[in-house]
Design a protein around this ligand. Structure first.
Ligand code: HAM
Length: 421
């Protein structure tokens, strides 16, 4: 028996009905990105493994256990399918000197790969739309991105979405905080779960994000990072909040929000919904003012975010009635020379920007008429052997009681325009 293949676990086909929602999302987002002056950059899916280790961080879930990495023996390279887009974008900015005139506002979209446990809203191949602003120290850059997202959700008519923000300070602030946090966890070691015991020294802040119910009391009483912020970091955060209020963006502050990637400083934020079960984060981001320099570039302020497109599509599926595409003209054809003639006629109509579906199945007129009817086209053109011989085409107005008329091929464009107007 021949083997029937299945797609790899966590990797999905996006069937046409769903793909329409991807496109609906992208159309809305791309229009808005233009309005805000972000420029698209195309980035490779494969990057050197070390790029992610050095940026996302070696003690993060992503780098510890979720990357698709391999050794390319032909070149002795260690490579990885990108688990996220920021690292590659920063690499590209440095490599191509994209901040030569001070700042850059970029976005990218495409597939990302993480070997995670699969569940609703969590896949191993998923798609992100990411936005990154380089070279702007002011919280205006953070505010602009967050306001963009607020506007996008409104445009997509997504409801019940909330924004949480926090400031995790600068490197020096976090160093001081880290020491206190490790001390606190050491003192309460018996209350830590296995995962926390393993990482409390390497990545103690990440433990604050733990969903383990048994640790919540311990985490609630942990030292608070906001008490360790420098005045500059505090000012930045206060100014951001002012800007958000000024632009009518609702938010709440959660001092325990730290996010799962190591490169952040100061602002971090997440947009969440309760409508997707446990995978409710639809977008997340923040500042990463140290990353460009740590990857070999000049010191450059930066902030960004990424949207998880599958999660948006899940929300759209419940809320959005899309008008499905239907051609304006449907051509049925049967008999010697009819299909070739139909293709020729269709191209002529497409030259005039009509949308045209040609039935290529070679089945009976009866079955083709059924499909024409289903297609929702307004006009059906009928081409049989007679029509090929005479250069005359039958026009059936399928939405007007099937009234039928005929047209010389030279008059066809004119007649189709008349009937469609
Ligand atoms: P992230 O929070 O890891 O951030 O991912 C951003 C979004 O991607 C998440 O909020 C979620 O919607 C979606 N996502 C992540 N993993 C999965 C998955 N396995 N299946 C489906 N969707 C998923 C970043 O990736 C950062 N690079 C964002 C950023 C840009 N920060 C600064 N600039």
């Amino acid at each position: 028996m021949t083997k029937k293949f299945q797609s790899v676990k966590g990797f999905y086909d996006v069937l046409p009905e769903k793909q329409k929602l991807f496109r609906f999302f992208e159309d809305a987002a791309l229009d808005l990105l233009d309005q805000y002056g972000y420029h698209e950059i195309g980035l490779p899916i494969v990057e050197p493994t070390e790029l992610f280790v050095d940026s996302v961080g070696s003690f993060t879930d992503i780098v510890e256990k979720e990357m698709y990495s391999w050794e390319d023996h032909l070149n002795n390279d260690r490579l990885t399918l990108r688990p996220e887009g920021t690292a590659g974008c920063v690499r590209a900015v440095i490599q191509n000197n994209l901040t030569y005139n001070g700042s850059a506002k970029l976005f990218y979209r495409g597939a990302m790969f993480r070997h995670e446990n699969v569940q609703k809203g969590r896949q191993r191949q998923f798609h992100q739309l990411g936005v990154e602003t380089f070279g702007i120290p002011s919280p205006a850059a953070d505010a602009e991105q967050i306001t963009f997202l607020d506007r996008l959700w409104k445009k997509l008519k997504l409801k019940k979405i909330s924004l949480v923000i926090n400031s995790i300070g600068d490197i020096e602030d976090r160093k001081a905080y880290r020491v206190k946090l490790i001390e606190y966890f050491e003192k309460n070691f018996d209350q830590l779960d296995e995962d926390a015991r393993r990482r409390y020294k390497d990545n103690p802040m990440r433990i604050l994000d733990s969903k383990n119910k048994d640790m919540q009391a311990l985490l609630n009483n942990a030292p608070n990072l906001s008490d360790f912020l420098s005045q500059d970091a505090k000012d930045h955060f206060n100014e951001l909040q002012k800007l958000l209020l000024q632009n009518n963006v609702n938010f709440s502050v959660n001092h325990r929000l730290v996010r799962g990637l190591d490169y952040y400083n100061r602002t971090v934020f997440e947009w969440t919904t309760n409508d997707l079960g446990s995978q409710g984060t639809i977008a997340g981001g923040g500042r990463y003012d140290y990353l460009v320099e740590s990857l070999g570039g000049n010191s450059t302020y930066a902030c960004g975010f990424a949207i998880g497109i599958e999660r948006i599509v899940l929300l759209l599926e419940e809320n959005t009635q899309l008008t499905t595409f239907s051609p304006e003209v449907y051509i049925v054809n049967n008999g010697v020379g009819a299909q070739a003639f139909a293709l020729e006629v269709a191209e002529k109509l497409r030259d005039e920007a009509f949308s045209v579906s040609v039935n290529l199945e070679g089945t009976s007129f009866k079955s083709q008429f059924k499909k024409a009817d289903k297609s929702d086209a307004k006009i059906c053109l009928i081409i049989g052997e007679e029509e090929v011989k005479n250069g005359i085409i039958q026009i059936k107005l399928i939405r007007e009681n099937g009234a039928q008329t005929s047209s010389d091929v030279s008059e066809l464009i004119h007649n189709v325009k008349k009937f469609l107007s």
